[in-house]
Design a protein around this ligand. Structure first.
Ligand code: C5P
Length: 236
C-alpha cells in the first residue's frame, strides 16, 4: 500500500462536463495539495486520454468508474485503467468474490498497480430501496458484509460514508483504506448530500481519504477552501 501524507488526504471530485472547463479549474491546483477524482460524467465526455492528461500534469487520479460485470471483463477493465496511470480505481463489491479476486489477481501481475477499492452500498440506497431489490438485512449490516468480503479478496479498501467509518474500522482494522465522500467544511452547503461530516470529523473517526466536490469546485475561491480543508486535516 502506498504511504499517504495527510496533506494529500484530500481528493477533489472533478464533476465537470468538459475537458476545457476541467483544465481551467485544474490549472489553479498544486498536485502536492490534493488528488483528483474523475467520475462517469467527465470520463464519458472526454475519454481515457483526458485521464492521461491529468496524470501528466502530475496529479494522482482516482478513476471512479465503479466496474461491475463478469470477472473477466472487470479484471480486463482494471488492467486498462492501470495503463492510464490511475493512482486509484474502484469496482462494485456486489460483483462478488470471484469478480473481486480476478481484479486483484490481474493487478498483481503488473508493475505499479493502482490502489483498488470497492463500493459497498451506494449511499443513495436506503433500507426501503434495498428491500425493493430483495436485500432484507439493515443497510449497515450489508455494508459491513460487503466490506469484509472486499478485504478478504485482498483489495486495498472501500468507499463509504463518513458515518460508516467507525464501525468499519472496528471490523476491519487499521490496514484498510476508507475513502469518504459526503464531506462538507463547516458553513458550506450540504446540497443533495444527506449525512455529512466536516473534514476534521471524518479524519478523526478514521477516514484515510476525503472526496470533496462542489464545496471546492463551486467556490468563488477554490484555493482558499483547499487550504482550509488541508489545515483541518493536519490539525485532526
Ligand atoms: O460535490 P460533492 O462533494 O457532493 O461530491 C461528492 C463526490 O463523491 C461526487 O463525485 C459523487 O459522485 C461521489 N460519491 C458520493 N457518494 C458516494 C459515492 C461517490 O457522493 N456514495
Amino acid at each position: 500500500m502506498k504511504s499517504t501524507a495527510h496533506h494529500q488526504a484530500l481528493i477533489i471530485a472533478l464533476d465537470f462536463p468538459s475537458a476545457a472547463i476541467t483544465l481551467d479549474f485544474v490549472r489553479q491546483l498544486d498536485p502536492s495539495h490534493c488528488r483528483l477524482k474523475v467520475g462517469f460524467e467527465l470520463y464519458v465526455a472526454e475519454g481515457p486520454n483526458f485521464v492521461r492528461t491529468l496524470v501528466d500534469l502530475g496529479f494522482d487520479v482516482f478513476l471512479d468508474l465503479k466496474f461491475h460485470d463478469i470477472p473477466n471483463t472487470v479484471s480486463s477493465a482494471c488492467l486498462a485503467a492501470s495503463k492510464l496511470g490511475a493512482w486509484m480505481i474502484n469496482i462494485h463489491a456486489l460483483g462478488g468474490k470471484k469478480m473481486m479476486d480476478a481484479a486483484v489477481d490481474t493487478l498483481k501481475s503488473i508493475d505499479k498497480p493502482p490502489l483498488l477499492i470497492a463500493v459497498t452500498v451506494l449511499t443513495s440506497m436506503d433500507q426501503q430501496q434495498l428491500q425493493g431489490i430483495g436485500i432484507q438485512q439493515p443497510p449497515e449490516q450489508t455494508v459491513i458484509n460487503l466490506a469484509t468480503a472486499t478485504q478478504a479478496s485482498g483489495l486495498d479498501g472501500v468507499v463509504c460514508s463518513a458515518q460508516e467509518v467507525q464501525i468499519l474500522r472496528t471490523h476491519l482494522g487499521n490496514n484498510f483504506l476508507l475513502v469518504t465522500p459526503g464531506i462538507r467544511p463547516e458553513n458550506s452547503d450540504a446540497g443533495d448530500q444527506h449525512r455529512v461530516m466536516t473534514p476534521s470529523q471524518a479524519i478523526k473517526t478514521g477516514a484515510n481519504y476525503l472526496v470533496v466536490g462542489r464545496p471546492i469546485t463551486q467556490a468563488p475561491d477554490p484555493i482558499a477552501v483547499i487550504e482550509k480543508i488541508n489545515q483541518d486535516i493536519i490539525q485532526a
